[in-house]
Design a protein around this ligand. Structure first.
Ligand SMILES: [Zn+2]
Length: 50
């Protein structure tokens, strides 16, 4: 599943892929700890929704 996050630096929306953790746990996805903005190469830390 794809998640959308806004870059802290340039506020562009980036799409980050989350890998499903289990076949039946449709609400659990493993997102990368950080990701690089597609537009400005800034390192972003994935927000923790828990
Ligand atoms: Zn950016």
């Amino acid at each position: 599943m794809d998640f959308e996050f806004d870059c802290w630096s340039c506020e562009a929306t980036n799409t980050v892929y989350g890998e499903p953790l289990g076949f039946f746990s449709v609400h659990s996805y493993r997102l990368p700890y950080d990701w690089t903005c597609y537009w400005c190469d800034a390192i972003n830390i994935t927000p923790d929704d828990d």
